[in-house]
Design a protein around this ligand. Structure first.
Ligand code: SF4
Length: 687
């Protein structure tokens, strides 16, 4: 009879000094991956692979030595098991952070269960999300009492959240399908770090946010996402800040995303929405707790009026919804400085009233630090608007470290100061933590070199190791570069992409992703393909980004079995469609970041000013990583077969084209349309 699973030892990982204990666990790690080992015995379809076992041992060594390991493991290596097994067997507390929700669900919902079952361990696992995912009971009650909702749909959503809050155990809004993520009601029924009352909240004992955090504190393994992890690391969130130092092993999966998103967390941001929300909260708390103390309605109205004026001034300066513009490129800066000053004046009046009423009520006291933090941002931005041009040298010096830029949405605006070398801050934060860090992904290198990733994350001195994918790309897949290749500079490039891709899409019977670099290209390519499909009479469902949520489009693609999905950057990664349903991936062009994006532009300028080569150090690695991700959608297991088609003549005409091709898996290659189209018939014969 099998013995019952033993509760995993929650003690810390074996100490490097205890060589005997370390060797015993190390042998167990190796044995788990053997052809007749625990994983083979318990996990259906498990195939013993040298690369997976080697990676697991490298992870174990890094855990014992509390080192930083940067590990690239090609698709199919089985890297999730390769870090979970050593992390669980080593003991101690483990934090796993992922880049996408799909992987977060897979690790928490599937892989952890499989590994613990195979190893005969009983492990407490918790999934912890950012607070904006959980219903805030305090704000929900307030919304029910006071909210004046703009539409009937908002009212229906509020009723749905009220019903949900009465029955849910987790409070996680992801379980409430009928209220979409972008529903306006979400911000009224969830909390932010600023507006949460914490221990002073009347709902604290039942609070879903704090329940989730207590569960995470008690768990052996906690799964989070990079946003929560980075917010914590940058000391911008109190979600896990007391808990991160107590973790023995940190695993950062999909680590290729870290350089891209680190800037958000090591910089500063404030928005007009935060100012308006403070005004709303002040009016509600003031009228509720100290109605006689101040003209709360007038105070709130003057703040709201001032934010509307700043929004108007941004529009007059030419910033349309969707714009992302660097401070120095914005006109009418004197007027903008004045508008920022006017918000500050209105907030100062509120701050004075709050100070005069300090101690009357928790809800009022909680507003004071929020007003102070926003006023500090406002002062910086007023000075920045006023300084640009007046003191070019000072602005240039500032620009070397951070870029200030404004992002405008349909109803609001965000004011950002983004560091240009977030790796420095990331490395400092890493230095504060003493546990092992394992950073892993299928795409961390350019031509098998980690230099760009290490430079971007500031992790000089980290161990680096890589394992190729075990798939037989030369047999399973074909890279088709059409002859002639279109130039991305041609005005009709998008239409030519569609025309060249259509015969291959027809030959594959749909089953295709068309991955584009811009939303504009999605529109044009989809338009042309729609016409081609109609002309041909083929009954291929065409799914286009923007017509439904990403999740709905991917589900529809899987269900259809012969669909063509056209999408931009959000479809290049984090999607796992196995088998024949996805047999063709078409990529319109090399995904270089737009050089006029304020953050990209400033990064390039900074590297040039430092005498470095921005193309080689930043633009090319960033494009190669995204291209590898896009190409990686095609072959997901040993039996997958398919064609990757890339339409960008720079692959063949530019000197860097060779490096890009050398960074892709070793596909068989062709320039022949007939051969590409014939691949699908041949694939059918061999399956
Ligand atoms: S503690 Fe914070 S998040 Fe929880 S119910 Fe209260 S205000 Fe909302």
């Amino acid at each position: 009879m099998n013995s019952p699973p033993s509760r995993r030892a929650a003690a810390a990982a074996p100490h490097a000094g205890d060589a005997g204990a370390v060797e015993t666990v190390r042998r167990r790690v190796a044995r788990a991956f053997a052809p007749d080992g625990e994983l083979a015995g318990a996990v259906r379809g498990f195939v013993a692979r040298d690369a997976q076992r080697e990676m697991a041992l490298a992870v174990f060594d890094a855990i014992v030595e509390r080192a930083t390991l940067v590990a690239e493991a090609g698709t199919g290596t089985g890297k999730t098991f390769a870090y979970l097994v050593p992390a669980l067997l080593a003991g101690g507390k483990v934090l796993v952070s992922t880049g996408t929700k799909a992987l977060q669900d897979q690790v928490h919902g599937k892989d952890l269960a499989a590994v613990t079952r195979a190893l005969g361990l009983r492990v407490e696992c918790a999934l912890l999300k950012g607070r904006q995912n959980y219903v805030c009971l305090h704000r929900l009650a307030r919304a029910e009492r006071e909210a004046q909702l703009a539409t009937r749909q908002d009212a229906a959503h509020l009723r749905a959240v009220l019903r949900f809050a009465r029955t849910t155990a987790s409070g996680d809004l992801a379980e409430l399908g009928e209220v979409p993520e972008n529903a306006p009601i979400r911000s009224l029924v969830t909390s932010t770090r600023e507006n949460c009352l914490g221990g002073d909240c009347p709902n604290f004992d039942d609070c879903f946010v704090y329940k989730a955090r207590r569960a995470a504190q008690a768990a052996d393994v906690v799964v989070v996402n990079h946003h929560l992890f980075l917010a914590d690391l940058a000391l911008r969130d109190d979600a896990i800040s007391e808990f991160l130092p107590a973790v023995d092993t940190v695993v950062l999966d999909e680590a290729h995303q870290l350089p891209r998103i680190a800037g958000e967390f090591f910089g500063t941001t404030w928005s007009l929405a935060q100012v308006v929300e403070l005004a709303h909260d002040a009016r509600a708390a003031g009228l509720g707790a100290a109605a006689d103390a101040a003209p709360w309605v007038a105070l709130a109205q003057s703040i709201e009026q001032a934010t509307r004026e700043l929004r108007l001034q941004l529009a007059l300066a030419g910033l349309a919804p969707g714009a992302r513009v660097a401070l120095e490129r914005i006109g009418r800066r004197a007027a903008l400085a004045q508008a920022v000053e006017a918000i500050d004046t209105a907030l100062a009046a509120l701050a004075a009233v709050l100070a005069a009423n300090r101690g009357r009520h928790n809800a009022l006291d909680a507003l004071e630090p929020r007003a102070a933090a926003l006023r500090a941002h406002l002062a910086e931005w007023r000075d920045a608007f006023a300084a640009v041009g007046a003191d070019a040298d000072a602005s240039a010096a500032q620009a070397e470290q951070t870029v200030r830029w404004v992002g405008v949405s349909a109803h609001g605006a965000q004011f950002n100061a983004t560091p240009l070398a977030p790796g420095d801050a990331f490395a400092r934060a890493r230095a504060r933590q003493t546990q092992a860090w394992i950073l892993t992904s299928a795409t961390l290198t350019v031509v098998q070199r980690f230099d760009a990733f290490i430079a971007e994350t500031g992790l000089a001195g980290a161990r680096t190791m890589r394992w190729d994918s075990p798939f037989d790309f030369a047999r399973q897949a074909l890279l088709y570069l059409p002859q002639p290749m279109p130039s991305p500079l041609a005005p009709d490039f998008a239409e030519r992409v569609a025309d060249l891709a259509w015969p291959v899409i027809a030959a594959s019977g749909g089953r295709a992703f068309v991955l584009c670099t811009t939303l504009r290209a999605v529109e044009r390519i989809a338009g042309r393909l729609r016409a081609r499909i109609a002309e041909s009479g083929a009954e291929l469902p065409l799914l286009v980004q923007g017509t439904a949520t990403r999740r709905a489009l991917i589900d529809a693609f899987r269900r259809a079995g012969n669909a063509v999905l056209v999408g931009a950057v959000s479809f290049w990664e984090g999607i796992d469609v196995r088998g024949e349903t996805l047999s063709l991936v078409v990529i319109d062009k090399l995904p270089f970041a737009p050089p006029d994006d304020p953050v990209v532009e400033a990064k390039l300028r900074r590297l040039r000013a430092l005498g470095r080569n921005p193309f080689v150090e930043y633009q090319l690695p960033q494009a190669v990583t995204l291209l590898q991700q896009g190409a990686g959608r095609l072959i997901r297991d040993e039996t997958d077969r398919g064609v990757l088609m890339i339409l960008d003549d720079r692959l063949l005409t530019k000197p860097y084209g060779k490096a890009v091709l050398a960074s892709l898996p070793p596909f068989a290659r062709t320039r022949s349309e007939a051969e590409a189209c014939g691949f699908f018939a041949q694939a059918q014969r061999t399956t």
